[in-house]
Ligand binder design. Structure first.
Ligand SMILES: Nc1nc2c(ncn2[C@@H]2O[C@H](COP(=O)(O)OP(=O)(O)OP(=O)(O)O)[C@@H](O)[C@H]2O)c(=O)[nH]1
Ligand SMILES: [Mg+2]
Length: 437
């Protein structure tokens, strides 16, 4: 495949930036842009990179030779100084020697096409990069480095072995003999229960990586924006003593105890004739539906409003927070948590409450592997076909049908690891990757 390049680090000022180049002819292209042309494969060198004799940067260089590279092709990586100007100079330099810009996920797609990894491993790699907490790293790592691929391959072998036995029975019965191998039903049942237990150790990425959406609501001026800023640790939202200050939904991410939460501040809810404020209030109300946790922020004198806000949250978890405890007495009878956004008092408890309200849901520690919708569907199809084969066997129905079901179950596993794939499937998978991966 032709030589492509991409920046593998974000296009932002940084200590260093990393470029990846891979494909046919990339080594000869490299020799055109460095003066000291000798290099050892797999060894770190420092080289001057030149565009028409003008030195762009002295940068780290590691050259790889296919098939012993990430992509399985000849490739190299450059570790340059991380200024935006240096990055853009390298882009021009690489284009000048005929390298094309890589598409998203191009390097991993090539790795898959060159049999360096299976399709489910390529997907797990994308999930590892998307991981926003330690558990996400462990689970996507389990799918990538752990025994997920070997489990799938041993299930596939086992299905094949059972099918061979069924086909032997077909030949046997063609010769007019009675159905013999009674152990088949038991072996198939045991395979089904082990496969189901394997699936129960997998968690769908969608369920796992729910963004932990937390919405702050409450009456005007209760201090929602102040609580929001205090949770984040910086002044993100405007705070003022004018009721109705916040008009829009303001979002930011909060990292706490290796989990990430998406926190949203919203317009205070009250009767209003102001059109813009009214739109903000409608937005707050509609946002409640997509929140995973609603935090009502109140002043002590708002306590009669707690119930109406709790009702708005309907089935979503709700925490009632009393703010401004620096000027009012704490009332833990009415509120779940008492804080002062002004002094920071009570925020450790509030963060713990937020964390625990999410931990009540999915028990992430019960799982070994992270999977996607595509895998889940294929796993369910495997079970469906195995159960159908089991039923036919038990009822002494046609052995040809049993063999056919087993073939279908096996082909779902082939699809999972990418032994069978369509271009559109690869397009769907790799287009969600970062450039440079
Ligand atoms: N004493 C004290 N004042 C606070 C505290 N939190 C907020 N305030 C004050 O309360 C007023 C309203 O604060 P905001 O954070 O803007 O309140 P809000 O609920 O976002 O208001 P709207 O967006 O208008 O609905 C400001 O004057 C804040 O300084 C607190 O913990 N203690
Ligand atoms: Mg506000």
């Amino acid at each position: 495949m032709s030589a492509v390049f991409a920046l593998a680090t974000p296009p932002a000022k940084s200590a260093i930036c990393v470029f990846r180049v891979s494909g046919a002819g990339c080594h000869s292209g490299l020799k055109k842009i460095i003066k000291n042309k000798g290099f050892e494969i797999g060894r770190f060198h420092v080289r001057g990179f030149y565009n028409k004799n003008v030195l762009i940067d002295r940068a780290g260089l590691v050259v790889f030779e296919g098939p012993n590279s990430y992509t399985g092709e000849d490739s190299f990586e450059v570790y340059a100084h991380g200024s935006l100007a240096v990055m853009s100079s390298f882009v021009s330099l690489f284009k000048s020697v005929g390298f094309d810009e890589a598409a998203r996920g191009e390097f991993t797609k090539r790795a898959f096409l060159n049999n360096k990894m299976s399709l489910n491993e390529a997907e797990a790699l994308g999930d590892l990069i998307d991981a926003t907490d330690e558990r996400g790293v462990l689970l996507s790592g389990g799918s990538l480095f752990g025994d997920m691929s070997s489990s799938i391959s041993s299930f596939a072998d086992e299905i094949d072995r059972i099918r061979v036995r069924v086909e032997a029975e077909i030949d046997f019965s063609d010769e007019g003999n009675e159905y013999m191998d009674r152990g088949l039903v038991d072996d198939l049942s045991s395979l089904i229960s082990r496969f189901e237990s394997f699936i129960s150790g997998c968690i769908n990425k969608n369920m796992f990586s729910q963004k932990n959406n937390v919405l702050l609501v409450g009456p005007v001026n209760s201090g929602k924006s102040s609580v929001f800023n205090r949770l984040l640790g910086f002044e993100r939202a405007i705070v003022s003593n004018t009721p109705g200050t916040t008009r829009d939904i303001i979002s930011s991410e909060l990292f706490y105890e290796s989990s990430v939460f998406s926190i949203q501040d919203s317009a205070g809810i009250r009767e209003t004739n102001n059109k813009i404020e009214g739109v903000g209030i409608d937005l707050s109300l509609s946002q409640i539906k997509s929140a995973d946790l609603v935090i009502g922020v109140f002043d002590l004198f708002d306590k009669s409003l707690i119930k109406s806000f709790k009702d708005l949250a309907k089935n979503t978890s709700f925490i009632a927070v009393q703010n401004k405890t620096d000027i009012n007495k704490k009332n833990l009878e009415c509120f779940d948590c008492c804080v002062s956004a002004k002094t920071g008092d009570g925020f450790d408890d509030l963060k713990k409450l937020i964390l625990s309200s999410f931990n009540k849901g999915v028990k992430k520690n019960d799982y070994k592997f992270m999977i996607r919708d595509r895998h889940n569907k294929l796993f369910q199809d495997v079970v469906k076909n195995l159960i159908s084969a089991q039923k036919d066997l038990k009822e002494n129905l046609s052995l040809d049908l049993v063999a056919e079901d087993l073939k279908l179950a096996r082909s779902c596993l082939d699809e999972l690891v990418g032994e069978k794939f369509s271009d559109s499937l690869l397009g769907d998978i790799f287009s969600s990757y970062c450039i440079g991966k």
